[in-house]
Design a binder for this molecule. Structure first.
Ligand code: NDP
Ligand code: 2IT
Length: 460
């Protein structure tokens, strides 16, 4: 779908001026929140022609409203460590936009968490959730708490203290948090336990729960599997599949692990994994057996990825390095924001990579995105490619409200269908002379639905 910019706007330079003016106001309203500005600019770049071409969007000030959270909750989290010392962290929940359903989005526990980081993630989440077509608004939360090196007891005490405050602001039809970096099955268990104790309610307020007590089949797998399904959709536009391809994956947490699992099942070879200390390279491929070892290392022993190179002979550890210098056909950034810079992107493309499917949120810097788009490779931005996680969270909410459980096969089939329809939406809005710009496609497909809801629900 081509969006024609009205004559009255005065061409590309005038369009750019509208974007720059808008971004200047955003920067003035939220000083120093660089990740948030980055996420907003990408969307505004894509959707400004739509806004300018539709008077009702301009009059309803849809863009101006979208960049202001509906509500931000900030609180102190006080807990005691194993030595009896009092520890203090900051807790947050950014309820960004509730037009399409209860606020929905993960919780991140990582020392780098700030309000600006959570605003970027909550902003992205509005569009991502919208693409799933499920009834979910956008939110994100978390804390600067660092779970690394903490005992299970310490993590439990922190989660209980965090939930003691958060529980006032969430609920199955209000706001439904889930996991993100540093928040997996263990943390969701502790958070849910405290929520139930304080509210005396057993309900679907959190997703990512254990399947024994209300969780959905396939939720742990969903983000990684979804990112691979999205890559398969992109490859199918060129008559190709992931079978026989070589892939690089960054990170070694939840998303990375299940990305590797699905790539293996579909016949690709994965040659890297990483963490914030470095990258392991295994040219023979990280097979199912090796992946099982990684899962035990990361999820049970909570060790570091460098141990892989000590354990499996003939493999390499690149200390302090990211995986992007390793030649591949497909790349799956699955660690964190801005983990691919311009040089990384150039190296990837030069070494033959022609498909990037983002499991992480905003892992590519804007200059790296430009490299991918200029090279016309298949580039699936996070808000489309990693939407499988929140999509299955949406299915978990649906199962909880209906007091039922879907089978693995049923959830997997729904996940495939959702990733297919997200891809179709991107293609519909992102076609450019035989090339699909998935960034513009994802942003515009989501924006139209949210903007229309804003107009329809009035001035709120
Ligand atoms: P995990 O905590 O399970 O794993 C995170 C991985 O990324 C770890 O290997 C970690 O290494 C690495 N990492 C984290 N921060 C950094 C950093 N600053 N620099 C380098 N490496 C880093 O998180 P997830 O797998 O759940 O999340 C990974 C990404 O996927 C995030 O961007 C998240 O927002 C996104 N995402 C997650 C979804 C989910 O369902 N979980 C859904 C959609 C997106 P280390 O151990 O050294 O910190
Ligand atoms: O970034 C994300 O989409 C997530 N961390 C998952 C959110 C969710 O509510 O499942």
């Amino acid at each position: 779908m081509t969006i024609s910019v009205p004559e009255s706007i005065g061409g590309q330079a005038a369009l750019q001026q509208h974007v720059d003016d808008f971004m200047m106001r955003v920067a003035a309203q939220s000083p120093g929140e660089t990740e948030f500005h980055q996420a907003v600019r990408e969307v505004v770049d894509s959707v400004m022609p739509l806004v300018l071409s539709k008077r009702v969007y301009r009059e309803a000030k849809v863009l101006e409203r979208l960049v202001v959270p509906e509500r931000v909750i900030m609180f102190r989290v006080v807990w005691t460590d194993d030595t009896g010392q009092v520890q203090i962290n900051r807790g947050y929940r950014v309820q960004m936009n509730g037009l399409l359903g209860p606020y929905k989005g993960g919780l991140r526990f990582h020392p780098s968490v700030t309000l600006g980081v959570l605003k970027f993630l909550a902003f992205e989440q509005i569009f991502k959730n919208c693409l799933t077509t499920l009834p979910m608004g956008g939110a994100k939360g978390g804390s600067d708490f660092d779970p690394k090196g903490r005992s299970d007891q310490e993590v439990m005490r922190f989660c209980q203290a965090f939930m003691s405050e958060l529980c006032r602001y969430i609920g199955p039809d209000i706001d439904v948090p889930a996991g993100d970096i540093g928040v997996g099955g263990r943390e969701i268990g502790f958070l849910f336990g405290q929520y139930r104790r304080l509210t005396q309610r057993f309900n679907g307020t959190l997703t990512g729960k254990n399947v024994n007590w209300g969780g959905s089949n396939l939720r742990p797998e969903a983000t990684g599997y979804g990112a691979v399904y999205f890559a398969s959709e992109m490859l199918s536009t060129r008559g190709e599949s992931v079978k026989g391809k070589t892939a690089t994956v960054s990170g070694s947490g939840n998303v990375a692990q299940y990305t590797v699992e699905k790539l293996n099942t579909l016949g690709a070879k994965v040659v890297t994994l990483s963490d914030s200390d470095g990258t392991i390279v295994d040219q023979d491929g990280i097979t199912a057996e090796k992946l099982a070892w990684v899962m035990e290392l990361k999820n049970v022993r909570r060790g570091r990825i460098r141990e892989y190179a000590d354990h499996f002979k003939g493999t390499k550890y690149l200390a302090g390095k990211r995986p992007w210098s390793v030649p591949c056909d497909l790349a799956f950034p699955s660690a964190t924001q801005n983990e691919i810079d311009e040089d990384d992107a150039r190296l990837l493309v030069r070494n033959g990579c022609y498909c990037v499917s983002e499991g992480a949120n905003m892992p590519s810097r804007p200059e790296a995105v430009d490299v991918f788009l200029d090279a016309k490779i298949l580039y699936g931005p996070g808000k489309a490619a990693n939407a499988g996680g929140v999509a299955v969270s949406g299915l978990e909410m649906n199962q909880n409200s209906g007091c039922m459980r879907r089978s693995r096969e049923d959830v997997d089939a729904q996940l495939c269908t959702i990733m297919h329809s997200i891809h179709e939406g991107c293609v519909k809005f992102g076609q450019e002379d035989g090339f699909v710009n998935y960034v513009r496609g994802a942003n515009c497909a989501a924006f139209v639905r949210i903007a229309d809801a804003m107009v329809q629900q009035g001035c709120i």
